[in-house]
Design a protein around this ligand. Sequence first.
Ligand code: G6P
Length: 606
Amino acid sequence: MCGIFAYTGQNGKDAAKVLLDGLVSLEYRGYDSAGIFTPESGVIKTPGAVAELRKRVPKKYSGKSGIAHLRWATHGEPTKVNAHPHGSGAIWLVHNGIIENFKELKKKLVTKGHAFVSDSDTEILAHLIEEHLKRERSFEKATLKALKEVRGTYGVAIQYKGEPEKLIAARMGSPIVLGIGKGEHFIASDPSPILKHTKKVLFLNDGEVAVLTPKSHTVYKLSKEIVHRMPEELDWSAEEAQKGGYEHFMLKEIMEAPEVVVNTLRGRLIPEKGMAKLGGLEAVAKELANIERIIIVACGTAYYAGLIGEYMLEEFAGIPVEVELGSEFRYRSPVLNQRTAVIAISQSGETLDTLEAVREGKRKGALTLGIVNAVGSTIARETDAGVYNHAGPEIGVASTKAFVSQLIALALFTIFLGRQREMSVKTGREIAKELKALPKKLEKVLAGRKEFEKFAKKYKNARDFLFIGRKYNNPVAFEGALKLKEISYIHAEGYGAGEMKHGPIAMIDKDFPTFAIATKDSVYEKNVSNIHELKARKGPVIVLATEGDKEIAKLADDVVYVPKTLEMLSPILNVVPLQLFAYYFAKGKGLNPDRPRNLAKSVTVE
Ligand code: G6P
């Protein structure tokens, strides 16, 4: 994610103050390190967020223009040296996104004598522009040339000491908005830091570059063609701007699912070979080829992702898997050895019970791995190797997009370990192909989100809710119930559809609704039988079904359709309607889904 803010003005305002004040409203986008640069006073960087940066900025630090950044690490640990701005000679820049071909670009630049100080992919871009500047002798031309060589995503703000009043912004996949003031201009990742200076903004599209001075702004395409687009007036509050116009972070994060899938997959699939390329596992690839057993440890939503991972890994990689709650694992006496891999799944990378489970694994000689979203977090540091989710910061306490990215990471793990063993190229290719198709399918699911507002209204008086599913969608039922409990405080239970007869069905009557996951898969018929059983007890049933399944509509009180996908990947599509249902249910009750009572985003105590 990361937050970018840049300023140039001629009204006598101090750029350093404008930038530091503005960064505060971007803190939700990243908070592991921060930095500022003005051509007059130079660069200051630090791990931590804005408060840390303020402590390090001396009183006399100032400027008429400058760039600033809050980082959410993707490549490289969240250290001072990896913090932005990054520079090379007279070029300084701040970046949001991932430069995929950074390794090959770095190699070329090293042969030309460039020396790098950080592990960051961003530093490469500063060197590349500087390299072109030697020949082009124009800041704009050099930047355009460099941007054309870069593959991946970027939202950038760039400054050149030789023309301190000028800023260049560019966008490819990561948001950039320009603030158009009187005698001043701004660049930011979202309008929140701009709005108190001007309401006039111009959103850049992918492939556009803007050149700003205090008095002028010009937008180009990468092909140099000028773009004529009028700025728009925004009447958003700063808070609305942070949420991208959505009412809550939770909804914004649910809506980010397609983008999250793209980001978790980026650069990690070799579809034609049916393989997964996981850089973080390279160092332990040999050990992984020899492991005989996997234990997944996690808590909360991450634990349910683990249960789905168990099904994936056992079916397609043929490795025995157990899934354990961190809080249980650490207190019993698990039997482990060097042929066991302990995989910790954690969004924050800081959940104490999961961390202690990793430590227990280490003590007993197991290979420890992480599927972690927060780069440089304790679990990421203490495990032997791992895969980062690249889902961006998750602000809503109830985890949504992180769950989607955990399932994608587990699917990649499954291909990686499966292809080291018996999985055929054909199966690998099929999974890879379907993974690539998921973002479009998720967009379709999300487009129907208004339906859930209706359901939330219809079922608003329910005091209890049952969620049922089988096989891959059994844990999805658990997750659906957890979401509803967390943010709407009503009693919800997730159950394996087959277990319903062993207890929960006793509770069913006309006031006890069920959300049944019955998409077309290998257990479809069984699920249909269970829905019949619920209907025979007059229980209202909402069914999650596969597009085109008209039969099930006759049986259900309400139906939600999702596109068809591979059974092992179906939880990725099926969980989103359950997240939306919980969101609208809580909202309908007048509750704030972003701030559920009694819950914390990251549980670092027992
Ligand atoms: C808390 C959060 C949950 C999360 C769980 C595990 O309970 O409220 O949303 O799933 O912790 O957190 P982790 O950061 O380890 O994934």
